[in-house]
Design a protein around this ligand. Structure first.
Ligand SMILES: Nc1nc2c(c(CN[C@H]3C=C[C@H](O)[C@@H]3O)cn2[C@@H]2O[C@H](COP(=O)(O)O)[C@@H](O)[C@H]2O)c(=O)[nH]1
Length: 306
């Protein structure tokens, strides 16, 4: 994930709409002291888990669809995670590769028991078809084979997913340079690590290489903590819920500066507190607090990546 870290730093060093505030960062680390908040993966109790390959298939489908909830005021990530869980409990073959390749928007909606079209529903369906097709073509239909082919390397898993599944290629071009953010591919590795508690399909010898998952909750939380500062124009766009175009400088800066800030936070925790923390742990802490503060204004971008 060196590419993610390096290109996020490239953006942070040139950004004009978003600034990583070193004093704010120092203050957060001082306040953390000995108690880096440890949040349990699945603290909400909404995910499917059976300790086997079906859990891997579930998590891959979940992270294929883990984006863009905000256009529907009532739809949240929990609806997706628990809806897919219930669908799988009712029919163990529901996420078989041949089913995924043929699923329709209406069927997906029915699986999730969602009464109206999902945001970006056509894209969600297209991505499920792509996943079903490529899983069958290259991995015997099983996401668990994809994971096993990566020999316990999270970095290899992210690279393999990006090379086989175009829908996971979370790239942008910023000031003429290609920037890699890989939110959904990285969160899949983190979900395996969290669900399987670092064992079996969740065992990775390089989990520390994963960065945070640049979505629309973590930047809002970093801003609340005083780690990110926005230009007055960007602040007013976000506070008035105006959309920000996918791939715009503002959007790339929000996401890349969040990744960069948390990597800096890790360095500072290591220097000041002598502790090694994973971005996965910091992400879960920031995200869990962010979603528990629904009044936090967040940026709104129509995107299939987060
Ligand atoms: N950075 C980061 N972003 C995350 C997650 C998760 C869920 N991870 C599960 C794994 C373990 C825990 O038990 C969690 O349940 C979702 N998101 C993003 O949030 C947004 C949805 O927000 P709202 O519209 O309010 O539901 C959307 O962009 C979604 O992609 C995370 O962990 N980290």
């Amino acid at each position: 994930m060196d590419q993610v870290k390096a290109t996020a730093a490239f953006v942070a060093n040139r950004s004009s709409h978003v600034v990583v505030d070193s004093a704010g960062l120092e203050k957060v680390v001082e306040n953390i002291q000995d108690k880096i908040p440890k949040i349990e993966w699945d603290f909400e109790g909404i995910h499917y888990f059976d300790n086997g390959p079906l859990t891997v298939q579930y998590l891959f489908v979940l992270d294929t669809l883990n984006f863009c909830f905000w256009p529907d005021k009532n739809l949240n990530y929990d609806d997706l995670a628990s809806g897919l869980k219930e669908a799988l409990e009712n029919d163990k073959s529901v996420f078989d590769a041949d089913h995924l390749q043929k699923i329709t928007g209406l069927q997906l909606r029915n699986l999730l028991k969602w009464p109206r079209p999902l945001p970006l529903e056509d894209e969600r369906v297209r991505l499920l078809h792509e996943v079903g097709f490529e899983l069958e073509r290259s991995f015997g239909g099983q996401a668990s084979n994809l994971v096993e082919s990566c020999g316990r390397s999270a970095a290899k898993l992210v690279a393999t997913i990006a090379s086989h599944f175009p829908g996971f290629r979370d790239h942008s071009v910023y000031k003429g340079h290609q920037i890699f953010l890989y939110k959904r591919a990285q969160i899949f590795a983190a979900d395996l690590y969290g669900a399987f508690k670092g064992q079996g399909y969740g065992e990775f010898n390089d989990i520390s290489s994963i960065t945070i998952f640049a979505d629309y909750i973590v930047p809002a939380m970093l801003r609340k903590l005083g780690v990110l500062k926005y230009s007055s124009t960007l602040a007013s766009i976000i506070e008035s819920n105006k959309e920000i175009v996918s791939g715009s400088e503002e959007e790339v800066e929000l996401r890349a500066c969040s990744i960069y800030a948390v990597e800096k936070m890790r360095d500072l925790i290591s220097v000041k507190l002598g502790k090694q923390v994973l971005s996965v742990e910091l992400d879960l802490w920031l995200w869990a607090y962010g979603v528990q503060n629904p009044s936090l204004p967040h940026h709104r971008t129509l995107s299939i990546y987060y």
